[in-house]
Design a protein around this ligand. Structure first.
Ligand SMILES: Nc1ncnc2c1ncn2[C@@H]1O[C@H](COP(=O)(O)OP(=O)(O)OP(=O)(O)O)[C@@H](O)[C@H]1O
Ligand SMILES: [Mg+2]
Length: 239
């Protein structure tokens, strides 16, 4: 392949690429870290969880992925057996069962799908974490589909999983990523009160935000001189 005069690396513009920095979302990254930081200090005795909401393209996926990667690294550096697992609920058709199968498979590849119900599977996941001495940050991206399909039961199950097991070390930390915060209204009272105080709302990017984000992404992926600041502004304006 010839050397491109425009791209330094075209893959750095891919939707699935997670950039090292997230300009204009630094504060939200900091908030997420402060919410989960107690895990590092008191592993096993705290069970933080979070809901991240924001409109289309507001950076929910990028933010939660960046946070997960960084937090996993930090936890491992402190000697914790820690894994960030990112699942897309939409791709798994909003099925709680499929989401749990996928989660377990990230720990044990090839885990069989048959022979369990969702609740049994959740219990098996908890046992597995215990056996492996593993802590998991479970990012449920596009969780809208999970709420639409299954109502509040899975959110209830995931957030209150340790309530009936006071002796069990806390190892599973869910992050629900939602486009439509209105879906939270359908959650039952107990679940809502449990999640209140753990909600991170991503405000819509304004023009200045867009320009900064685009300039940063262009500087990563494109050769300097191959684009004009004017073009960036134009794109930001149109978005
Ligand atoms: N602050 C930022 N800095 C750099 N890139 C960003 C930032 N915010 C978003 N992006 C990039 O913009 C694109 C859209 O962001 P992302 O996919 O995270 O949005 P989303 O809220 O998950 O959207 P959707 O609701 O469609 O799932 C991605 O390529 C992402 O990497
Ligand atoms: Mg997304």
């Amino acid at each position: 392949m010839g050397v491109s005069r425009i791209f330094k690396d075209e893959s750095l513009l891919d939707l699935s690429y997670v950039p090292p920095r997230l300009p204009r979302r630094e504060e939200e990254l900091r908030i997420l870290r402060s919410m989960f930081e107690p895990i590092l200090r008191k592993p096993g005795s705290v069970a933080p969880r979070a809901v991240v909401t924001g409109g289309i393209g507001s950076g929910k996926t990028a933010l939660t992925q960046r946070f997960g990667i960084d937090f996993e690294k930090e936890a491992r550096a402190r000697g914790l057996n820690f894994k960030c697992i990112h699942v897309n609920c939409q791709i798994l058709r909003g099925s709680f069962f499929m989401i749990l199968v996928e989660t377990v498979r990230r720990i044990i590849p090839g885990f069989p799908r048959r022979g369990f119900g969702a609740n049994e599977l959740l219990d098996s996941l908890l046992e597995l974490l215990e056996d492996e001495n593993l802590y998991v940050l479970l990012i449920l991206d596009d969780a809208d589909s999970l709420l639409v399909k299954e109502g509040s039961a899975p959110v209830y199950a995931l957030t209150r999983v340790y309530e009936s097991k006071p002796e069990m070390p806390r190892r599973l930390f869910p992050v629900f990523v939602l486009r439509d915060p209105g879906l939270m209204r359908d959650l039952n009272h107990a679940t809502l009160s449990y999640l209140r105080g753990s909600i991170v709302k991503l405000r819509k990017y304004g023009l200045d935000d867009m320009i900064e984000v685009l300039e940063y992404r262009a500087s990563l992926a494109l050769r300097s001189g191959s684009y004009l600041d004017r073009t960036i502004r134009l794109i930001a304006d149109m978005a």
